[in-house]
Design a protein. Sequence first.
Length: 378
Amino acid sequence: MRLGTAISAMGDSRDNILPVSPRLLEIKNREFEIRSELASIAAEKDDLLRTRPLSIGIVGFGKFGQFLAQRFKRQGHHVSALSRASESPEALALGVTYFGGLGSGADREDGSGAWKFLAQPDLEVVIIAVSILSFEQTVKGLPLHLLAAKPYGPRPRVGDAVVVEEGEIQPACGGALLADVLSVKVHPRAVLTQLAPRTVDVVCAHPMFGPESGSGSWKGLPFVFEKVAGRYENKDRVERFLSVFESEGCEMVEMGAKEHDLNSANSQFATHLVGRLLEQLRLEKTPIDTLAFRRMLALKDTVANDSFDLFYGLYKYNPNSIDTLLLLRRALVDLEWRLKEMDAGDMGTVGWKMKTTTEGRTSSGSTQLLIEEDDGVP
């Protein structure tokens, strides 16, 4: 039954109901049809993606790597991981194929560590999920030529005929797709485009959420990405990878690295900066907290859950962060001067005066306020 038919039927049953505007009915019917069509398209896309699951490798199997792996596995993709530890109970619990030895000398051509991980014949996507500070050194230590197509690596070139199971001939997919998920983008973009062979595709991505904010649904959470120009040969695979996040309901935002870092300095770095300042103030709950103060404490606690290395990485590898830091410093000075100017020009009632003395300093270094009653106040 069409939406308009249902509404009309309701109107016929009660004479005292005003008739619905024909234009409104037309709009609502169109809206209903479009939503139904979009739902049908989304279901068809999901069915198509399920028939062609990806083989995704994650370099770095810490908290964030495990967070991604769990969602990838739930969608039916094959997931493998490379990390420093020799074994991982977390990988076993998630059903992730695990390779140990990252960065410990096991990345030689001896069938172990990074070599064995990157030499997986069906590996399609490799995500570098290490910290900002260790990113460049980690990438330098990987034998990335194993992901490349000829003449830079062992893989067949895009379009070359290859024989698969049961003698079936299919076109080759070429080099693998290499992606990062760092909170800065100019730095990893430069590293990947310089160190990865030319037949390896590159996508720079930043999920604007993590294990806490993305523990439930990803619907509406921003996923920023850039398909790096000149490193976008296997378009089908790139789109299938992006569809992993699209299918979860992420808000897909295509944005260049420079623009991302400019925006991030004014949002993510500023958030961490303010959160760290609140942490330095040692603010605690009180019996009379306002809603605004509770939100401020929540920000402090959220930032405190992230490592200081992340904060430092946002500062060091985002060239715009120093501007945000200087603006905050200037803003604090400006606010202090405004308060002093108002105080100097305040001709109102003297009221309570507060004096600080050296004797009023506590052992912790804070200043006790000595309250002196004005003579004019009874």
